[in-house]
Design a protein around this ligand. Structure first.
Ligand code: IPM
Ligand code: MG
Length: 378
């Protein structure tokens, strides 16, 4: 059965390797859209440093309007050394932060899975990583990213400050997302904080406990301090299923967790609000050191497009097909610089995109299996 559904996507390639990996995601999306009878309407807009250079704003009004009007947003990456001067007042990253707040994208979901074909690539012992499959639910529109900050005179010179704030409302809504997702998975949830030191973490801990007790009694909750969580993630990652944590801790822990998958270049993410379009972007950044060399791994971006199909567009068969195509290509031994393995061919960004697109066009997909509407966590 072919269902004709059209979707409007705002494309924000951004900086560094963003445009290169975005091109491959579009290649794959076009294939699955064609295959499953969907129609993609895309509108490309400026964001980040690219927007700063052209129109002196990291999130031009036109870009924001296009995002609001879209069914979903695909973003490559923002930032780079060109705009890194610490004395700069406008920075590319502000475009992304503003987009997250303007659209109310408070829940950032970052799944980390060790694909069986990657076990030999991961720089940790296979017996440690085998079977690791976790989901980090990162709060995205609060915490120290958005608290009061500034500089002031101080006896010892200038003092700079950032503030980590959390309200019960902010904690409750992210706890509910995590509770729902834990319920759909193994029923285990780990909340990560620094409650032995931070007041915001103590409120976080008691609020998460209350929400779980009152609304998700079936979920088995435990609390882990962020320093210990950082250690457990690479020491015994299989003990985690769903993790929920604040903006800053989630930022740091997901870069660490990406090592489990083999490379940061493989990881997708979804940022969702309670309504409106979701934003999908790879976890990796703009990687300026490899930009323009044709070696950036497009899998994180392609997998983000799959999450977009699943959660925002409800194109379940297309999402399954993309994910299966990625798995199949990795199993076939296709490798890239960041996931190199001796004796296996090294692909360029475009070659990897093409190989995944070809697999997506040819893979056998049982459409009957894909009729269920996916449960959107927010
Ligand atoms: C991420 C990135 C961003 C963040 C930057 C680019 C603003 O590191 O999405 O993890 O810190 O949230
Ligand atoms: Mg980050």
């Amino acid at each position: 059965m072919v269902v004709e559904v059209s979707a409007k996507i705002a494309l924000l390639p951004g900086d560094g390797i963003g445009p290169e990996v975005m091109a491959e995601a579009i290649k794959v999306l076009n294939v699955v859209a064609d295959r499953f009878g969907h129609v993609l309407e895309v509108e490309e807009k400026l964001v980040g440093g690219a927007a700063l250079d052209r129109v002196n704003s990291p999130l031009p009004d036109e870009t924001l309007a296009s995002c609001r009007d879209a069914d979903a947003i695909l973003l490559g990456a923002v930032g780079g050394p060109k705009w890194d001067d610490p004395e700069r007042s406008i920075r590319p990253e502000q475009g992304l932060l503003r987009l997250r707040t303007e659209l109310g994208l408070f829940a950032n979901l970052r799944p980390v899975r060790v694909h069986p074909a990657m076990v030999g690539v991961v720089p940790l012992r296979p017996d440690i990583v085998e079977g690791a499959d976790l989901l980090v639910v990162r709060e995205l529109t609060g915490g120290i990213y958005f608290g009061a900050r500034g500089r002031r005179e101080h006896a010892s010179g200038v003092q700079a400050f950032d503030t980590m704030t959390y309200s019960t409302g902010e904690i409750e809504r992210i706890a509910r997302v995590a509770g729902r997702l834990a319920g759909q998975r193994s029923g285990r949830l780990t909340s990560v904080d620094k409650a032995n030191i931070l007041e915001s973490s103590r409120l976080w801990r008691s609020t998460v406990s209350r929400v779980m007790r009152d609304e998700f009694p079936e979920v088995q909750l435990d609390h882990v301090l962020v320093d210990a969580a950082a250690m457990y993630l690479i020491q015994r990652p299989t003990c985690f299923d769903v993790l929920v944590t604040s903006n800053l801790f989630g930022d740091i822990l997901t870069d660490e967790a990406s090592v489990l998958a083999g490379s940061m270049g493989l990881l997708p993410s979804a940022s969702l609000g309670s309504d409106g379009p979701g934003l999908y972007e790879p976890v990796h950044g703009s990687a300026p050191d490899i930009a323009g060399r044709g070696i950036a791994n497009p899998i994180g971006m392609i997998a983000s497009a799959a999450l977009m199909c699943r959660w925002s567009l409800k194109w379940t068969a297309a999402a399954d097909c993309i994910e299966a195509a990625v798995a199949c290509v990795l199993e076939d031994g296709a490798r890239m610089a960041d996931i190199a393995e001796s004796g296996k061919p090294l692909f360029s960004t475009a070659e990897m995109g093409t190989k995944i697109a070809e697999a997506a066009a040819q893979l056998e997909v049982d459409t009957e299996e894909h009729q269920e509407t996916p449960c959107v966590p927010t």
